[in-house]
Structures are given as C-alpha cells and as structure tokens.
Design a protein around this ligand. Structure first.
Ligand code: SF4
Ligand code: SF4
Length: 157
C-alpha cells in the first residue's frame, strides 16, 4: 500500500524521540574515554633514561630526541613528537621498559596550523656536570742517594 514505508519510518522516529540521547555537544560536553584510549602522549622525565628504544620502535620516525652525557649518565634534553605522522599504534609506549612514555585519554590535539601539532615533551638544557673530586696525590718515587761516595743509589717506593 502506498505510504506504508513512510508510516513505518515515522513510527521509528517517534519511538526514538524520547529515548536516552547518545550524542553530546562537543567540545562543550565531553564523554569519558576508555582507560586504554590512545590519546595525547605524556612523558615522565624522571623515569626516562634517554635509551631511545621508543624512537627506534616507531615505524614512522615520529620521535626526535636529543641527549647529553652528564656524570656518566644520559640526560634527555629534547623530546619532540611529530604527531602529524603518528599512527597511535602504541609501539613506542610498549617498548618503553621504564614506563616513562604513556598515553593519556586527552583526544583534542587539533591545531590551526599543521606545524603547531608537534608535541614538545622535553626541551631543557643539560645541567653542569658535577666537579670531579680532586685526586689524591700519589707520592713520587724518590731516589735516595747515599751520602757515601761510590755507592749505587737505592730506589724506594
Ligand atoms: S604511536 Fe606508533 S606511530 Fe605514534 S609515535 Fe608511537 S610508535 Fe610512532
Ligand atoms: S623508551 Fe622510555 S626510557 Fe627510553 S627514551 Fe623512550 S621514554 Fe625514555
């Protein structure tokens, strides 16, 4: 019969009208993300040992890092993520065995310009290396010359 489809469609529309709404007015309202959501990155610089495992694990070479050696340890001076090339695959986070690099559930990383998307997580100078303790002076080997003429000198030390 003509119009039967229209009536069925309207029945569904009116039936859903008073249902619970599933949409929100983003960005004024936000929904809670899942705990394992792959959002913005977070780096705990206290835990990071600048080993570079995360940068090596990345298939898109997103992570750029610089480090300096301070007191026989690697000190992270720069850690930049070129998010515009990131797949959010999580390989970098999984490869970090110090649990320093993590995902957060922050999803809005949009910017007006492409170059602004880059995420600079660390940008700091390396501290001055602690001054080395002065070495103890080792006594120089002395050659004792016997006063008596004609005797060979005796070595000490
Ligand atoms: S999530 Fe994947 S693509 Fe993005 S930085 Fe990590 S390893 Fe690279
Ligand atoms: S793998 Fe972890 S500890 Fe190593 S450089 Fe990356 S964030 Fe730092």
């Amino acid at each position: 019969m003509f119009g039967q489809g229209l009536i069925k469609g309207l029945q569904i529309t009116w039936g859903r009208l008073l249902d619970k709404k599933h949409t929100v007015k983003y960005p004024y309202e936000k929904i809670e993300m899942f705990p394992r959501f792959h959002g913005r990155f977070e780096l705990d610089v206290e835990k990071c040992i600048a080993c570079g495992l995360c940068a090596n694990a990345c298939p898109n070479k997103v992570i750029e890092m610089e480090k300096e050696k301070v007191d026989k340890k690697q000190f992270l001076t720069k850690y930049v993520m070129r998010i515009e090339y990131c797949l959010f695959c999580g390989l970098c986070v999984e490869s970090c065995n110090k649990d320093a690099l993590k995902f957060t559930n922050v999803l809005d990383m949009n910017q007006y310009r492409r170059s602004w998307v880059r995420l600079s997580l660390v940008d700091r100078p390396a501290p001055e290396a602690a001054e080395e303790a002065p070495k103890e002076e080792t006594p120089a080997k002395t050659v004792k010359v016997e006063a008596a003429a004609g005797q060979a000198p005796v070595k000490e030390g």
